[in-house]
Ligand binder design. Structure first.
Ligand SMILES: Nc1nc2c(c(=O)[nH]1)N[C@H]1C(S)=C(S)[C@@H](COP(=O)(O)OP(=O)(O)OC[C@H]3O[C@@H](n4cnc5c(=O)[nH]c(N)nc54)[C@H](O)[C@@H]3O)O[C@H]1N2
Ligand SMILES: Nc1nc2c(c(=O)[nH]1)N[C@H]1C(S)=C(S)[C@@H](COP(=O)(O)OP(=O)(O)OC[C@H]3O[C@@H](n4cnc5c(=O)[nH]c(N)nc54)[C@H](O)[C@@H]3O)O[C@H]1N2
Ligand code: SF4
Ligand SMILES: [Mo]
Length: 677
């Protein structure tokens, strides 16, 4: 045979499907599904089937680049590493270690994330390290930790197929998590009721038993109305609450403020419909809640998550095999990047930087002096760039496209004394860099990703990186050593041993145990089989806690000047800032150019046809894009995917943040739409 087959893990979304890469002459020529994979069992979505297509794209970065004037020039790796270390050391010497910020990455492996946060923390005695979870599921961590005690998905993906009722709110799983959607359809085939809450009539909504086309940002009134009806009618699980949850009196006081009719008025859903879905969810044998960015990307994102955890506990629908709360994690390794401490307030395993015992443990293990003050978040580092933050090291993130209000982001990147970008392509962000480091894609590295159900899985190297590119792990070791840290690891497996030794929840995670099906944490020791679902018999925090969700409507609503609701998000064929999927010929053919979904009635009023150019303007900026006439959006609403550089959705978005999680309100702002001549 002139080819080899390599089993690995999909680099796109947090489902973590199993891929088999077919390699010939050091090139990945095809991708197949892995029939024995515990999650995907022989299935892949369209992105997975062509996951190899961007790997050998001619645009791949192949040599380190340094900027001189406005131009990039190739330099040697020795020169690049020395420059990176020297600049960061010089800036830390002049302004203090907390003038250095690091953006780690949910696209990179656990081992790389662990090394990245160790490099920032031990190298500069600062905790300024964060990653794109801030723009995504940070409210999940805040909300779930307060109520249940753990910020992770309570159950496993396969458990969904056995649920009796699935309440999907703010998730377009049919496009964003198609393989998980498959499990939901299996449940529906068994007779489970599927309820969908989404302002858009997505494919998920289309196939549901009931679709609630809620007003954007009004989920708390809806859920409060449902809970009020349950308590009024005695549909709640009094025994479960008595035994396992505290704070019920406070929750009832809050529900007293939300009679069903009032909730209906606020969220735009009929009171009878609210009562009906409350009964379906409460009375079903085992009900699950599935949510995603429609819940978290709001100024009240954390409170939204809290209200969903309250709902699950009120009915005792958590802590069993087919119930639970499912935040669908986005990036391939966003669960892992959080678990590995690529966050400003915790080391890996969610060990608090401010806890003196924890700090002491890491100081000894890392032989370094560490800071006990939490660092800055992504949004704060970008906001303070050029001021408190003088240098940024960005590994595998593209904030020039993915952060809100990008006009300001570009100014921030411009004002830094030194910017290092480590990517596989020359991104919009890398164009601002002083130093660009060419890294490796998933197909060119070894390590682990952790999927949305807390499953550590192996990533296996199939081919060599192009040209002089190096894998992220090696680059981090070189920079770490140049900074005087002892980063002389033999390889990723040795780093996993350090990870396991320093965090109890991962104590039993070892490469040799993950060959077939990976391992789901908590997995405290080498005999432990891993944990498919959490909170059985006891919540991670002991008793569950009903927290009163603080409702705030969206910060910017349509008015005379900006009469449309603008929402942003995703579609099935493209991924985020498009660096990978837009370089995949197959996916590019599916959707070649930027567009905005416009309701037929609005299109007629604006006098535009399919494909016509329109200008969308908000208080932040304006873009020109093309019309996609679609009944998915209601009249008075436009939806813009954020995958397209030529019409950046984030020129438009409102940078207001959820006060607790610091996540931007990507899902709602006010816009004006006009026909372009
Ligand atoms: N094809 C593809 N798949 C992806 C990604 C990708 O870029 N492309 N990205 C991955 C990542 S990182 C993530 S985080 C996930 C995101 O996955 P999703 O969250 O499913 O994707 P979005 O399109 O951002 O938003 C989901 C839905 O929220 C709805 N929504 C907006 N506002 C509200 C509201 O106020 N209330 C309610 N109830 N719903 C609302 C929107 O109409 C939209 O249909 O997808 C992952 N998978
Ligand atoms: N308007 C709007 N904005 C949003 C959202 C929204 O719904 N609406 N969603 C937000 C969400 S949920 C998320 S998660 C963020 C995502 O925001 P980002 O993480 O900034 O977006 P990505 O395009 O995934 O960026 C990943 C980068 O890593 C590079 N890369 C891929 N693999 C590797 C690797 O192995 N090594 C290295 N070194 N580089 C690699 C890619 O080329 C790419 O440049 O966007 C957020 N922004
Ligand atoms: S569902 Fe996600 S992990 Fe699975 S093949 Fe598609 S993009 Fe990859
Ligand atoms: Mo995300």
């Amino acid at each position: 045979m002139d080819h080899k087959l390599i089993r690995t893990t999909c680099p796109y979304c947090g489902t973590g499907c199993g891929l088999i890469l077919k390699v010939r002459d050091d090139r990945v020529v095809e991708t197949y599904p892995d029939r024995e994979h515990p999650v995907s069992r022989g299935h892949l979505c369209v992105k997975g089937w062509v996951a190899h297509e961007f790997v050998h794209h001619p645009d791949r970065l192949t040599a380190p680049l340094v900027k001189e004037g406005d131009e990039f020039h190739e330099i040697s790796w020795e020169g690049a590493i020395a420059l990176a270390a020297e600049k960061m050391r010089e800036i830390a010497g002049r302004y203090g270690g907390d003038a250095i910020g690091g953006l780690s990455s949910a696209k990179c492996t656990n081992e790389e994330n662990y090394l990245f946060q160790k490099l920032i923390r031990a190298g500069f005695k600062a905790n300024n390290v964060d990653h794109c979870a801030r723009l995504c599921h940070a409210p999940t961590t805040v909300g779930m930790v307060q109520t249940l005690g753990s910020g992770a998905m309570t159950n496993s993906i396969a458990d969904l197929a056995g649920s009796d009722c699935i309440f999907i709110i703010g998730s377009n799983a049919a496009e964003s998590h198609p393989i998980i959607m498959g499990e939901i359809y299996k449940a529906q085939d068994r007779g489970a009721r599927i309820i969908v809450v989404d302002p858009r009539r997505t494919a998920v909504a289309e196939n549901a038993d009931i679709h609630l086309a809620i007003k954007p940002g009004k989920d708390i009134p809806l859920v409060a109305g449902m809970m009020r009806h349950m308590v009024d009618e005695g549909l709640h699980d009094a025994e479960f609450i008595e035994k396992r949850v505290e704070g019920f009196e406070e929750l009832k006081d809050f529900l007293a403020l939300w009679p069903v009719e009032k909730a209906a008025g606020e969220c735009g859903i009929d009171a009878e419909v609210i009562r009906n879905v409350a009964e379906l969810y409460a009375k079903a044998g085992e009900s699950a809640i599935v949510y995603c960015m429609g819940i978290t990307q709001h100024a009240c994102g954390s409170a939204n998550v809290i209200s969903l955890c309250d709902l699950a506990m009120l009915c005792g629908h958590v802590g069993t095999e087919h119930s639970g709360v499912y935040p669908l994690r986005g990036q391939n390794n966003v669960q892992g990047a959080c678990d590995m401490g690529a966050l400003p307030n915790v080391y890996h395993g969610y060990q608090n930087v401010a806890d003196p015992e924890v700090r002491d443990k890491f100081q000894k293990a890392w032989k370094a002096d560490l800071d006990d003050r939490p660092g800055l978040t992504v949004t704060e580092m970008i906001g303070k760039a050029g001021k408190e933050i003088r240098a940024l090291y960005i590994m595998a993130e593209n904030p020039a496209m993915s952060d809100p209000d990008v006009t300001h982001v570009l100014e921030s990147l411009e004002s830094l004394d030194f910017l290092i970008v480590q990517d596989i392509f020359m991104t919009e962000t890398a164009k601002f860099a002083d130093l660009v480091l060419p890294a490796s894609s998933f197909a060119e590295k070894t390590g682990t990703f952790t999927n949305t159900e807390r499953r550590f899985q192996l990533v296996r190297k199939a081919v060599e990186p192009p040209g002089n590119a190096k894998d992220d792990f090696s680059i981090l070791c070189l920079i770490g050593n140049a900074l005087g840290l002892d980063f002389s690891y033999a390889g990723p497996e040795e780093v996993m041993e350090e990870i396991a030794d320093l965090a109890p929840a991962y104590g039993g995670i070892r490469y040799g145990r993950m060959e077939r099906a990976g391992l789901q944490w908590p997995c405290p020791d080498e005999e432990h089989p891993g944990t498919p679902f959490l909170h059985e018999g006891r919540f991670t925090r002991g008793k569950g806690l009903f927290v009163v969700p603080e409702y705030t409507p969206p910060m910017e609503l349509p008015d005379n000047e900006f009469p449309f609701y603008l929402g942003t998000g995703r579609m099935f064929a493209h991924y985020h800032t498009g660096t990978m999927t837009r370089r995949s010929p197959f996916l590019h053919r599916e959707y070649e150019k930027a567009y905005a979904e416009v309701n037929p009635a609005d299109a007629e009023r604006l006098g535009v046809d399919e494909g016509d150019a329109i200008r969308i303007t908000t208080r932040r900026g304006s873009i020109v894009t093309s019309v996609f006439i679609s009944g998915k959006v209601s009249p008075g609403t436009v939806f813009v995917p954020f995958h397209f550089t030529e019409a950046r959705a984030n020129m438009l978005t409102n940078p207001v943040l959820d006060p607790q999680a610091k996540t931007p309100e990507f899902k709602v702002c006010a816009a004006r739409v006009t026909k372009e001549p």
